[in-house]
Design a binder for this molecule. Structure first.
Ligand code: FES
Ligand SMILES: [Fe+2]
Length: 331
């Protein structure tokens, strides 16, 4: 299917996690951000992103290779440096000038939290720093990426939702007998929405917890960009805390890739793979429901779906998207 470049006044200027840093090695790779094909590669000076399109005859640069820190097009071997400038046209007689117009479009690209991040516009702000995901002491673990056939906005809304834990994640993160939610306040600030101190009963405690039975975790959840959110869940009896960051790459309006990170301040002797496996199971349960939702695009008109007062966080999220002017993944 032909790709359609999506325009969005907010998401184009956001940083998006697009690839696992550990997987970007010597070979360039191609990703899709808002319908735009982007080539990523690693040089001795770091990571780089450029439009996945050779200005010569439109071949995909991500199918090429890296040689002496420059990206080589697989078709006629033109070479691009990290500023996007073409520095070698092999078919051209030696000593002739390379046309200045022979230049690829480059994008801001950074490595943080074990992910490669790209902004295809002008970055409106730096990638936020969260100590719990940056400090190795907390064993930050990348999970996924998970491909989802749904709008990224639906994924973030699901992440903010508590009332599904007892059903979608029954016996893992909640139990139907404990479905009633406490009264809670959503706090809206200029660049984030959050809630805190939400107790939720969980029938089986976390891997590595000293609780053999279920326990009540106290949650904080925050959406800090239209497609990025994080949470913490703490056991108040012992201070054991698990953090999760979730950030969504909008590939198309109804297609996304979810990057997740978990970290913790306990159970360092438990195999990290257990924590990743748990997120794989939980996210699969979420995706199975999210992919069935209609309308596919998140309705920002609050009359379109039945919004209940228990959906306060989701209502605040929809209002914020509207205020910001996010158009991709919304209707
Ligand atoms: S298409 Fe890339 S070098 Fe010709
Ligand atoms: Fe969920």
């Amino acid at each position: 299917m032909a790709l359609q470049r999506l325009h969005d006044p907010v998401l184009e200027h956001d940083w998006h996690a697009v690839y696992l840093a550990s997987e970007l090695k010597d070979q360039p790779v191609g990703v899709i951000i808002l319908g735009e094909r982007v080539a990523l590669y690693r040089s001795s000076r770091g990571v780089h992103a450029m439009q996945d399109l050779c200005v010569h005859r439109g071949a995909m640069l991500s199918k090429g290779w890296v040689k002496d820190d420059v990206l080589v097009c697989p078709y006629h071997g033109w070479q691009y440096d990290s500023s996007g400038q073409c520095v070698c046209i092999p078919a051209q007689p030696k000593g002739e000038k390379i046309p200045l117009r022979a230049k690829a479009v480059t994008y801001a690209c950074e490595e943080k939290y074990g992910f490669i991040w790209v902004c295809i516009g002008e970055p409106a702000a730096p990638i936020p720093h969260f100590e719990e995901f940056a400090n190795p002491e907390y064993h930050p673990l990348p999970c996924g990426p998970y491909k989802v056939a749904a709008a990224g906005t639906r994924v973030i809304e699901n992440f903010t939702d508590f009332a599904h834990l007892m059903f979608v994640h029954q016996d893992l993160l909640g139990h139907p007998d404990y479905a009633e939610l406490p009264d809670f306040q959503v706090v809206k600030e200029e660049d984030r929405i959050y809630i805190e101190n939400i107790p939720i009963f969980q029938p089986v405690a976390h891997s590595g917890s000293d609780k053999s039975e279920g326990t009540t975790y106290v949650y904080m959840k925050e959406v800090y960009r239209p497609l990025s959110a994080r949470l913490s869940k703490a056991d108040p009896s012992n201070g054991q805390t698990l953090w999760i960051m979730l950030t969504v790459l909008p590939v198309a309006a109804e297609e996304c890739v979810v990057f997740m990170m978990v970290s913790r301040n306990y159970a360092y002797d438990v195999d990290d793979a257990n924590f990743i496996k748990f997120q794989d199971i939980v996210f699969e349960q979420d995706a199975r429901v999210i992919e069935t939702q209609k309308p596919e695009l998140l309705p920002l008109d609050l009359q379109v779906e039945l919004n209940h007062k228990v959906d306060r966080f989701s209502i605040a999220y929809r209002r914020w998207l509207k205020e910001l002017g996010v158009v991709v993944g919304t209707v």
